[in-house]
Design a protein around this ligand. Structure first.
Ligand SMILES: *Cc1c(COP(=O)(O)O)cnc(C)c1O
Length: 428
């Protein structure tokens, strides 16, 4: 056993850390053509399904059935942040509002929905519901198709948002959706899923247990498909499509990304799938000109623990005495994905941990300054801005500080009921 590093000692004490990856090497990890092709295929698949999505979810009609969120400049929030961190960000601050993604109101609407669609497409092609991928996908909304899909189950283990995205999409196509929910999952998420026609099974244990049970249940049944948050390439590629969409939005906003104009992106991290896919996609497009950071709660920093120790999913936060409990329910994950961990080893630029009290403070600050509500998990990204100066100094980037664009990736929020928003924002 290696002696415990300084960083691990801090993590063990619930201290906040700023970790810079010393092993960044894009060549090593971006040349996997299988993964690259998956991302292209996911983008095309989402396009094929767009008429169907527009039909099933009328709120996506304005975007022609493409599930996308706005990129918003948040200059008032920027002023507030500069005051509390006592540093000047110089460049522009944007919020990528995946909190407002249609259908399920979180970043999971990218990966989760893509995976359900991929499975749907496969079943439909194998069973003659679709003749080929040029066929009319609106057929999938027919009674006949729905009756066919009702013979099949789609199952998933979730802290909440993945369940919402898989459950809502599968149920709307006629599948038997079963969501295995961890004890952290919010009641309203369970209620909403049941209302949409999904079956919710609750566990006393954490996310890991919900996943384990879900997988066992599903493996027993040949008509059941399990969405595996820890290993799924389909989820990953759905998340990665975000980068292609963001590239267009940056161009529309006349934001340049090149060596003289670096882009900084901060994403909250649970098991790693969402930030993994997004960051992989961004690195494919922008290489070393994009600097990507994950932010995790001090009570559940599974990814940085896995990366720092090199043990990835062979260590969990409970192994070093942490309780894994945080009000950022979407980030309450004790063990990271090894699939993503291996990718992050060479492409992630840094990681930050944040204490729960700050999460609430950012939530309130964003609401008061910009009138934007996002859920607690979603707020973690802001804390990354505190370490920009330090990072830029280390990487000799300070001369570009004025030309830098920062994007905080908001990961969830629009489905949160009013009374819960109120109680969160009235804390203290
Ligand atoms: C799932 C989720 C994340 C993190 O995604 P992972 O794939 O678990 O790393 C962040 N924020 C919210 C709101 C989420 O639901």
């Amino acid at each position: 056993m290696k002696p415990e590093s300084e960083i691990v000692k801090q993590i063990r004490n619930y201290e906040e850390i700023f970790w810079i990856n010393k092993n960044v090497n894009l060549e090593k990890n971006l040349n996997d053509s299988v993964l690259k092709n998956c991302v292209d295929a996911a983008e095309k698949r989402l396009e094929r399904f767009s008429p169907l999505i527009a039909k099933l979810f009328p709120e996506t009609k304005i975007s022609n059935g493409i599930i996308e969120s706005p990129l918003v400049c948040i200059s008032k929030m920027k002023n507030k942040i500069e005051n509390i961190f006592e540093n000047c960000l110089n460049g522009n601050l944007y919020l990528k509002c995946d909190s407002n993604l249609p259908i399920s109101g979180s970043v999971k609407a990218r990966g989760g929905i893509h995976e359900v669609l991929e499975h749907t497409e496969k079943l439909a092609l194998e069973n003659g519901i679709l003749k080929n991928i040029q066929d009319d996908y609106l057929k999938l909304a027919s009674q006949e198709a729905s009756k066919f899909f009702s013979k099949y189950k789609i199952q998933v283990g979730s802290t909440g948002n993945l369940g919402l995205s898989i459950g809502i999409m599968s149920a709307s196509l006629g599948f038997n959706a079963i969501v295995h929910m961890s004890s952290d999952a919010k009641q309203w998420k369970k209620d909403l899923l049941r209302q949409k026609g999904a079956t919710v099974i609750e566990y006393d244990g954490d996310y890991g247990e919900a996943v384990k049970n879900g997988r066992t249940e599903s493996d027993r049944d040949p008509f059941s498909y399990f969405v595996d948050d820890e290993k799924s390439k389909s989820l990953f590629s759905g998340y990665a499509v975000a980068s292609l969409r963001l590239k267009k939005q940056l161009a529309e906003n006349k934001i340049i990304v090149d060596e003289e104009h670096p882009l900084f992106v901060y994403i909250p991290c649970g098991v790693g799938g969402a930030p993994g896919g997004i960051i992989y996609g961004l690195k494919l497009l922008f290489g070393n000109n994009v600097h990507c950071f994950i932010v995790e709660p001090t009570h559940a920093p599974c990814m940085v623990l896995g990366l720092e120790t090199g043990l990835l999913n062979e260590i969990c936060v409970q192994d070093i005495g942490l309780d894994g409990k945080t009000k950022a329910d979407g980030l309450a994950v004790g063990r990271c994905s090894s699939f993503i961990g291996k990718i992050f080893e060479n492409i992630l630029d840094g990681a930050i941990t944040i204490s729960d009290d700050k999460i609430s403070a950012y939530q309130k600050m964003l609401w008061e300054s910009e009138n934007i509500y996002i859920e607690p998990s979603s707020c973690a990204g802001f804390y990354g801005l505190k370490f920009v100066e330090k990072y830029m100094q280390k990487k000799n980037l300070t001369n570009k500080i004025k030309e830098t664009t920062h994007i905080i990736w908001a990961t969830g929020g629009s489905m949160v009921p009013q009374e819960i928003r109120k109680s969160e924002l009235e804390f203290r």
